[in-house]
Design a protein around this ligand. Structure first.
Ligand SMILES: C[S@@+](CC[C@H](N)C(=O)[O-])C[C@H]1O[C@@H](n2cnc3c(N)ncnc32)[C@H](O)[C@@H]1O
Length: 202
């Protein structure tokens, strides 16, 4: 993996702050060296056999690059231009775009839109419902919106479910981890799968 030096520079009031892309990548590389699977989110997404995936809040491309390595057509969007630069340098052939998940219009739809690595708790406060609503417009009929996030950072499972229901999505799965551990009331993490309506008449 090519390492790049990049300091993040978010352009709005997202909660992401200033993070070093090399340091972020190093954390995942260490996880792999220590024998842990760094691709739990990708394994989870692949269960749905998608052809087209949007990595929403893709950071430095960790998830998107692994999805592409598994033969999936993937695009990545992130607000942080330095992280998008880092992703693009690692994978020049992939589509990485700087954009705000609450407003971006990509002009295409996806079988899966995934928000891995806590994206939902880093978006600007008060924009959570708008992010979910906007990402729902990027789903193909029957497509899935998949998000995993910590539950002690201001966004509750019920709050997220409400945003998804308001966006016209139906809850399909709720887990405690990307490994598929069962959800319970005492969880510190949630992974939710919501489904867009199928084409009417099919
Ligand atoms: C913890 S990182 C996760 C990165 C990547 N998904 C991963 O798992 O490695 C959270 C990311 O969300 C991005 N983010 C926060 N608010 C955003 C927004 N409104 N639009 C696009 N990206 C956003 C941040 O820039 C940051 O890269």
């Amino acid at each position: 993996m090519q390492l790049v030096t990049a300091k993040s520079n978010p352009s709005n009031n997202s909660r992401w702050g200033t993070v070093d892309a090399d340091a972020y990548d190093a954390k995942w590389e260490e996880m792999q060296r220590n024998g842990h699977n760094p691709h739990g989110e990708v394994d989870f997404v692949c269960r749905f056999s998608p052809s087209f995936v949007l990595d929403a809040g893709c950071g430095s491309g960790r998830v998107a690059i692994e999805l592409a390595a598994r033969g999936i057509d993937v695009a990545g969007v992130d607000l942080d231009a330095a992280f998008i630069d880092a992703a693009q340098q690692k994978a020049p052939d992939l589509d990485f775009v700087v954009g705000d998940l609450s407003t971006i219009r990509l002009g295409r739809t996806f079988d899966v839109v995934v928000m891995a690595g806590n994206v939902m708790v880093f978006v600007a406060p008060g924009t959570e419902a708008e992010v979910v609503r906007n990402l729902a417009t990027h789903l193909s009929p029957g497509g899935r919106l998949i998000a995993g996030f910590q539950l002690d950072r201001g966004l509750s499972i019920d709050g997220y479910k409400h945003a998804a229901a308001t966006a016209g999505l139906e809850l399909e799965e709720h887990w405690a981890t990307w490994n598929g551990d069962s959800a319970s009331a005492s969880d510190s993490y949630g992974v939710l799968v919501h489904r867009a309506p199928p084409l009417s008449g099919l």
